[in-house]
Ligand binder design. Structure first.
Ligand SMILES: [Zn+2]
Length: 375
C-alpha cells in the first residue's frame, strides 16, 4: 500500500512489565538456534525474549506456558517466581533521588519538561496525553495540537502529534513516524518517546542537530497506540507492573487481540510460520481477520494518508533493533539499506539487529513492520 520506500524498525528496549495471570521470569537454556522454534511449536506463547551471552533466553511466561515448559524437556531456571510480588518489593526512588535524576538530565541533555508519572514512575494514559497538551502550549511553533487518528474498542482516542517547523502546514519534507505502546505492558516505549520529544523541542534553538531535524522533517508521534490495554493495567496495578499486553477486545470467554499480530495483508497475517496464535486466550492472539481491531485500522488509515519514509515502533524489552520480514523467511529487497541504517543506529547502544529470525530466533506474522514496509 505504501508506494515509496518505507524503512521500518522495531526498537526493543529495557524493561517494565504483569495481571490476573501470575507471570514468572524464566531463563531457558538453548543448545542451538532452532530451539526457540521448538519452544514455539511446543505451544509456548512468549514475545520479546532477552538473549543472554551464555546461549539462553530470558522471558516472561504465564502459568499455562510454565506448565508447558516444565514438560518440554528444556533446561530452565526460574528467575522471578511471581512478577507482581517481585515488582512490589523493588526499591523505590526517594524524592531527593528523583530530584537528582531530573537535575542530571537537565545538566547533561538540557531536558527539563520530562518528569515522573504517577504509575510507578510512568505516565498514565491521561498524564501522557497531558504532556502533549503541555508541549503544544510551550512550543506551538514547532509542534501541532494533538489530533485523534481513531478510537479504541472502549472509546478512547488514539492521539498523534507532529513536530516540524511550520507544523500546521504540510511541507514537502520527508515524513517519519514513531509509535509506542502497541503492547500495553511496555510503558518504557512511551516514556522514552516523550523524553525524545522534549529533547527536540527544548533544544531546537540551541542544538544544530535538533534544529536540522525539526526544520527538515515532518516527524509524527503516536505515544499510546493501545490506550485500553494501558488503562487496564493502571486499573489492576495502579503503582505499575501490570502485565496486560493485548487490547481489550471481548472475544467471548477471553479478552484481547495482540495488536502487533493483527496487521495485514492477509498473506502476512496468515503466513504458515506459527508466528501468532489462533487461540483467543493467548497473549499473541492475532484476531479474527487482519485489521479486525480499531487500533490497527486507525494506523492503517493514517499510513494511507501519508507518504512515510521511515518508521520506528518502540517495544520493551531485549535491546534489539528488528527490521522486516517477520512473516517471510528472508530479508527484504532493501536489506542492505536496512543493515546500514541498523548498524548506524546501534553504534552507541550495541543492540543486536536483524530480522525476527536473526534476532529473537522465531517468526512473527501480522506485525506492524512488515505492513508498513510493503503490506
Ligand atoms: Zn511489544
Amino acid at each position: 500500500m505504501i508506494k515509496s520506500l518505507l524503512y521500518l524498525f522495531s526498537f526493543i528496549f529495557i524493561i517494565n512489565f504483569s495481571s490476573a495471570q501470575t507471570y514468572k521470569q524464566v531463563k531457558i537454556y538453548l543448545s542451538d538456534h532452532d530451539d526457540v522454534n521448538q519452544l514455539y511449536q511446543a505451544g509456548l506463547d512468549f514475545d520479546h525474549p532477552h538473549l543472554t551471552k551464555d546461549n539462553a533466553i530470558i522471558v516472561f511466561i504465564d502459568e499455562d506456558d510454565y506448565a508447558l515448559l516444565k514438560s518440554s524437556g528444556f533446561n530452565y531456571e526460574v528467575l522471578i517466581e511471581d512478577w507482581i510480588e517481585y515488582y512490589e518489593n523493588l526499591p523505590v526512588l526517594s524524592d531527593a533521588e528523583r530530584e537528582e535524576v531530573l537535575n542530571q538530565t537537565q545538566r547533561d541533555f538540557s531536558v527539563s519538561g520530562f518528569g515522573f508519572g504517577s504509575m510507578g514512575g510512568f505516565y498514565t494514559f491521561d498524564e501522557a496525553i497531558a504532556e502533549l497538551d503541555t508541549m503544544f502550549m510551550l512550543y506551538p511553533d514547532i509542534i501541532t495540537e494533538k489530533v485523534s487518528i481513531g478510537t479504541s474498542i472502549d472509546g478512547r482516542q488514539i492521539y498523534m502529534v507532529k513536530i516540524s517547523d511550520n507544523p500546521g502546514v504540510s511541507e514537502s519534507e520527508p515524513q517519519v513516524l514513531y509509535t509506542a505502546l502497541h503492547h500495553a505492558r511496555e510503558p518504557e516505549s512511551m516514556m522514552q518517546m516523550i523524553y525524545f520529544m522534549y529533547y527536540l523541542l527544548e533544544n531546537y534553538s540551541t542544538n544544530a542537530e535538533a534544529q536540522y531535524l525539526i526544520d527538515n522533517r515532518e516527524i509524527y508521534f503516536i505515544p499510546v497506540l493501545n490506550p485500553d490495554g494501558y488503562e487496564y493495567n493502571r486499573q489492576t496495578d495502579p503503582n505499575g507492573g501490570g502485565m496486560w499486553r493485548k487490547n481489550r477486545r471481548n472475544n467471548g470467554g477471553s479478552y484481547g487481540v495482540d495488536l502487533n499480530r493483527n496487521y495485514g495483508p492477509y498473506e502476512y497475517w496468515n503466513a504458515p510460520n506459527g508466528g501468532s496464535s489462533t487461540d483467543p486466550g493467548d497473549d499473541t492472539y492475532r484476531g479474527t481477520a487482519p485489521f479486525s481491531e480499531p487500533e490497527t485500522a486507525a494506523i492503517r488509515d493514517f499510513l494511507a494518508s501519508k507518504n512515510l519514509k521511515n518508521a520506528l515502533n518502540y517495544h520493551t524489552y531485549s535491546n534489539l533493533l528488528i527490521y522486516p520480514y517477520g512473516a517471510l523467511e528472508h530479508e527484504t529487497a532493501d536489506s542492505l539499506i536496512f543493515r546500514e541504517f541498523a548498524s548506524d543506529m546501534t553504534i552507541f547502544n550495541g543492540y543486536v539487529y536483524g530480522t525476527d529470525q536473526q534476532t529473537v530466533g522465531y517468526s512473527t506474522r501480522g506485525n506492524s513492520d512488515d505492513y508498513y514496509y510493503d503490506g
